[in-house]
Design a protein around this ligand. Structure first.
Ligand code: NAD
Length: 368
């Protein structure tokens, strides 16, 4: 197989249109069909892109000419579409977050494994050359043992943004706020590079917007080795800013909107600290190296092309379903901690979180 035939679900939305156009353009994919609740828009789209539209998802999934689907519906619908697709033997690339709750994400991952098909999540930042290099360095032990992490992902959304779709800003429609929608990209890159913490103590608030879900979230993280981390996401700040820091025994990296820097001490910090000839205020010499190979952006196209290639080569996609669960679990643990005032040990108890989500969907207020 040299080309994967893909059907796009939720094709008429902001991101679905992007999926459809990119699937039609990429060399290793073919746009086999589109489907959207808005059948009229999907029909016009199909005519413009030279493909066919299906009014019913089941008909698209029954088409033997469709090898795989991409899902670009609101997140609480990802699970249902994916389960139907797996039952029809189709591979699935779903938009982020993988689902609205970790229990659903677990179901999705095991259903894909049972069906023997690929499951990928669109985390396009995993294709950024600078982050790929940092990932390689972390995996290769170049940073040494990490003892501090930081993620600060602040952006701005107006009330008009939340009012632009009935599902936005609601527990029912999104299953969370900034953590699940905007922040999840950064949370995924944060856990991909820095690993998963063992415990989360968080705060969540709706500070600026008339919404049910959080627009501001902060957490203190504890890692299995005792290291500490701090995570913050919001949609209440302009100008926006992103900052990710990983500080290890052998080196630290700082990724901002403008630069990526590697700070490397002349010797490992533990060894330096333990030197017997050191004076009380001695510090190691540090070399600061800019680290910015190529472009610092990546696109949906990279994730779709990689997913198709993972089917062709029979390998894992860059962000397989299991990886999609991790970022969501971290976001959910923060919400749980923020709502209950408890420190949450990971893995997050799925039943406890589902019960909390039910209460939030039923009208329980954030922080109450
Ligand atoms: N990877 C990224 O950078 C990125 C960016 C933005 C959004 N997203 C994700 O993409 C998804 C969609 O977001 P959006 O901003 O495009 O939303 P949107 O509201 O613009 O589009 C959603 C589309 O899904 C369709 N839809 C709704 N229910 C459906 C159903 N049952 N069957 C078929 N179609 C249905 C709607 O008609 C609409 O066309 C979300 O999960 C979001 O988190 C990802």
């Amino acid at each position: 197989m040299e080309q994967v035939s893909i059907g796009v679900v939720g094709s008429a939305g902001v991101i679905g249109q992007k999926h459809a156009a990119e699937v039609a353009e990429l060399p290793n994919t073919r746009l086999a069909a589109v489907h959207d609740l808005n059948a009229e828009a999907a029909g016009q789209q199909a005519a413009a892109l030279g493909t066919r539209s299906y009014d019913a998802l089941g008909d698209m999934l029954g088409d033997p000419g469709v090898d795989a689907v991409t899902i670009a519906t609101p997140h609480p619908l990802h699970l249902g579409v994916a389960l139907d697709a797996f039952a029809a033997g189709k591979h699935v690339l779903t938009e982020k977050p993988i689902t609205a709750a970790p229990s659903e994400a677990d179901r999705m991952v095991s259903a894909a494994a049972e069906a023997g098909v690929k499951l990928g999540v669109v985390y396009q930042n995993r294709f950024r050359p600078d982050l790929l290099l940092i990932h390689e360095m972390v995996e290769g032990g170049e940073l040494g043992e990490l003892y501090r992490t930081l993620l600060d992902a602040a952006s701005f959304r107006s009330q008009a943004y939340y009012d632009s779709g009935g599902w936005r800003g609601t527990w029912d429609g999104e299953g969370g706020g900034v953590l699940l929608n905007q922040g999840i990209h950064y949370i995924d890159m944060f856990q991909w590079l820095g690993g998963m913490p063992a415990a989360v103590t968080g705060h969540v608030s709706a500070l600026m917007h008339d919404i049910e879900v959080e627009d501001s979230a902060s957490a203190l993280l504890e890692y299995p080795n005792g290291a500490h981390g701090f995570l913050h996401c919001n949609t209440t700040q302009a100008p926006s800013q992103t900052r990710l820091e990983l500080w290890g025994e052998k080196a630290g990296v700082v990724v901002t909107d403008h630069e990526v820097k590697l700070y490397r001490p002349e010797v490992g910090l533990r060894d330096f600290s333990a030197r017997e000839d050191a004076k009380p205020f001695d510090k190691p010499d540090i070399s600061a190296l800019p680290l910015m190979p190529g472009a610092r952006t990546a696109d949906h196209k990279d994730a779709i092309a990689d997913f198709a290639q993972s089917i062709i080569d029979d390998r894992d996609p860059a962000a397989p379903g299991e990886e999609g669960v991790k970022g969501l679990e971290l976001a959910a643990a923060l919400i749980y901690s923020g709502c209950t005032g408890q420190k949450v040990e990971l893995p997050l108890d799925r039943d406890d979180y589902d019960n909390l989500l039910d209460e939030l969907r039923g009208g329980r207020k954030l922080g109450a």
